[in-house]
Design a protein around this ligand. Structure first.
Ligand code: 13P
Length: 240
């Protein structure tokens, strides 16, 4: 099974979301597990589909009373099964740091939410040949301090997000294999790794052919249900 996680981000209002839900209908797939991560606001609109629900974030506070925060307990009560943690947009715009991710992972695990932990390098870091060092740091500084349970990693090069640019197939393969090796070495666990960053209907097939890629975290392309269905079709059509 390949994972197709759709990160809707802060796109779509209520009407657009209702139409999206309707179009999703009863998607059936033999080889793809679909996870939809809408805005917190519209999570309840997605109930009952043939896919899993994910949230785009979770509070780093658990019991404390904090205005505007959304807890694991609340997410669980809306049938959320997955939570994205450490997305580069939250690292960048909301200045979230390792201790936030550690707390978020702990809270998510307390309520049996599965975690998609995002890592990735900037364009500058890539140009300086620092990709592997950065990824190793993003992995160890967080995963050394949590229990490695129900966690998968999404490798999202920051420069590939929303840019239409993706790494070469060889680079994706090498980097994802590197991430898996690091986790295996450090924690003696096999972890799933998704690729994210400008995945679309035109490039998903070649990325899907990379053995090490366990799935995708898709942003922009997932805003159109036709694309989502097409991507599932491509995953389903891959010969074994
Ligand atoms: P795009 O697919 O729009 O590049 O976004 C990727 C992403 O950030 C998913 O989390």
């Amino acid at each position: 099974m390949k994972i197709l996680a759709c990160n809707i981000k802060n796109k779509m209002d209520r009407l657009e979301t209702e139409s999206y839900v309707e179009q999703l209908g009863e998607i059936v797939s033999e080889k793809a597990k679909l996870i939809i991560c809408p805005s917190f606001l519209f999570l309840p609109l997605f109930k009952g589909g043939n896919y899993s629900l994910g949230s785009q974030d979770i509070s780093s506070f658990n019991e404390a009373t904090v205005t505007g925060e959304i807890t694991a307990k609340q997410l669980k009560s809306l049938d959320v099964s997955y939570v994205i943690i450490g997305h580069s947009e939250r690292r960048n715009y909301k200045h979230e740091i390792n201790i936030d991710f550690i707390n978020k992972i702990n809270h998510a695990q307390e309520k049996d939410l599965r975690i998609i932990y995002c890592i990735g390098e900037t364009e500058e870091e890539k140009e300086h040949g620092e990709t592997f060092d950065i990824l190793e740091k993003q992995i160890s500084e967080v995963l050394n301090n949590v229990v490695l349970k129900d966690i998968m990693i999404a490798y999202e090069p920051i420069w590939a997000i929303g840019s239409g640019k993706i790494p070469t197939i060889k680079e994706i393969q090498n980097t994802i294999e590197y991430i898996k090796d690091i986790v295996d070495e450090k924690y003696e666990q096999q972890i799933k790794v998704l690729y994210g960053g400008s995945v679309n209907v035109d490039n998903i097939e070649v990325i899907n052919n990379i053995e090490a890629v366990d799935g995708f975290l898709v942003g922009g392309a997932s805003l159109d249900v036709t694309n989502v269905k097409k991507m599932i079709e491509i995953i389903d059509n891959k010969g074994n």
